[in-house]
Design a protein around this ligand. Structure first.
Ligand SMILES: [Cu+2]
Length: 178
């Protein structure tokens, strides 16, 4: 094997390593993708047109992980309930994605698994963080692959028929949180 061939092989191995690392991150959600497609017919986007914009619930720090399409991306944020009653997050929607689901990642026997969830309670006067490894919005069937720095609108619907709209910043796939 000549020098240039060795060099080529090394580059190929490095490139493979990098793509494996990326697909390992995407894996958790990619696996869910087929499942999501099968369920699409039953998963109609929530009708938020009659919901009123909340003045007691706010959402901060929203970001979306830039996973290459067509793999779904995770959306993360903190919900603050400044009202005097518990509220439950029921649904989410975004004009940039055909389907948005609420998911919870749980650990069992060292395995990470995601399941769809509804009615996520936020106590009166409390807050709840949606973060990698926990609750998140699963953004699926994007109109286009998100680019780092893009701002994406996300609407959240609560059980008191109030809604909150936020803008989420697209961050690199390798973004870590503390
Ligand atoms: Cu998910």
């Amino acid at each position: 094997m000549g020098f240039s061939m060795k060099k080529f092989t090394l580059v190929a191995v490095l490139a493979l390593g990098a793509s494996l690392a990326l697909s390992a991150q995407a894996h958790e959600h990619a696996e869910k993708n087929d499942h999501a497609h099968q369920h699409m017919a039953q998963h109609n986007a929530p009708d938020m047109s009659k919901a009123k914009v909340s003045d007691t619930i706010s959402v901060s720090g929203c970001w979306i992980r830039a996973i290459p399409a067509p793999a779904p991306s995770g959306g993360y944020f903190v919900v603050h309930n400044n009202g005097d009653k518990e509220v439950k997050l029921q649904a989410a929607a975004s004009p940039a994605y055909k389907m948005v689901m609420l998911h919870q990642t749980t650990q069992k026997d060292g395995m990470s698994k995601m399941s769809e969830t509804h009615d996520i309670a936020i106590a009166a006067g409390g807050e709840l963080e949606f973060k990698p490894g926990g609750y998140h919005a699963m953004l699926e069937l994007g109109e286009k692959a998100p680019s780092v720095g893009d701002k994406i609108d996300l609407d959240l619907l609560f059980d008191n028929n109030e809604k909150v709209s936020v803008q989420c910043e697209v961050k690199p796939a390798n973004t870590r949180v503390n």
